[in-house]
Design a protein around this ligand. Structure first.
Ligand code: ADP
Ligand code: ZN
Length: 225
């Protein structure tokens, strides 16, 4: 059983790298942002509570976030563990989390703010299947259309220059102190996310000491031999 937290500024690739780890280690990927966006799209009560706050780039209140995360983890569908992305983002959330869970590691994805702006403002999302694109090095074959499902590519409501500045400010003010708490507990590995995706993923695994044996992908290769 492994329990990881992944942290990093906007556009640092938390979603992508969590998914790769989750797939190979059989972890459940829990993304607080995705849970909120799902609720906004479906016009649920929770969606109505968080929509405006998210669009402005500010953080949702701790009580609400804690109840959402608490409910999600209480489902206990994570037999092999979980990787949680987008939580904790404040000192209070970190204290709440550490009271109930012991964690095996914190993956900190580092990206300078100038690169964050370049990446986030170029980011697009498929309205159909949620696939991520960016107009720098991951462009769709047909402009404005998803390669997988043909859906329309849209911009996240909070990927505007103004909301991004608010999100970055919130991150530096409220989330950096969380990293300091984890650093004191020696949980944190930091990886520079400027290199390409494969290199970054490998660096994460090396630093976490995850060997290739025991990974699902390696096992299935062995089985075909
Ligand atoms: P990003 O890291 O790119 O800002 P996320 O998808 O993780 O995006 O989160 C989107 C928004 O959801 C945040 O800007 C915030 O409004 C809200 N949110 C997500 N996680 C939290 C959290 N732990 N605490 C407060 N608000 C959160
Ligand atoms: Zn799509």
């Amino acid at each position: 059983m492994r329990k990881y937290v992944i942290m990093g500024v906007q556009g640092s690739g938390k979603g992508t790298h969590s998914q790769l780890l989750a797939r190979d280690l059989d972890l459940v990927h829990i993304s607080v942002g995705d849970i909120f966006r799902w609720n906004v799209q479906r016009h649920t009560k929770l969606g109505a509570l968080v929509r405006r706050i998210m669009a402005s780039g500010e953080l949702v209140g701790d009580d609400l976030v804690e109840s959402v995360v608490g409910d999600r983890l209480a489902q206990h569908d994570w037999n092999y563990g979980f990787i949680i992305d987008g939580f904790p983002r404040t000192v209070r959330q970190a204290e709440f989390f550490l009271e109930s869970y012991d964690i095996d590691g914190v993956i900190h994805l580092h990206l300078p703010d100038s690169e964050v702006r370049r990446r986030v403002l170029a980011r697009r999302l498929c309205a159909g299947c949620g696939m991520d694109y960016n107009l720098i090095d991951n462009t769709p074959t047909v402009e404005g259309r998803c390669d997988v499902c043909g859906g329309e590519l849209i911009r996240r409501e909070d990927d505007t220059p103004h909301a991004l500045e608010v999100r970055l400010r919130e991150y530096h003010e409220k989330t950096n102190p969380v990293l300091d708490i984890f650093r004191r507990k020696e949980y944190v590995i930091t990886v520079d996310t400027r290199p390409d995706k494969e290199q970054v993923q490998q660096a994460i695994r090396d630093k976490l000491g995850i060997s290739s044996t025991g990974l699902k992908t390696t096992k299935s290769q062995d089985e075909t031999r």
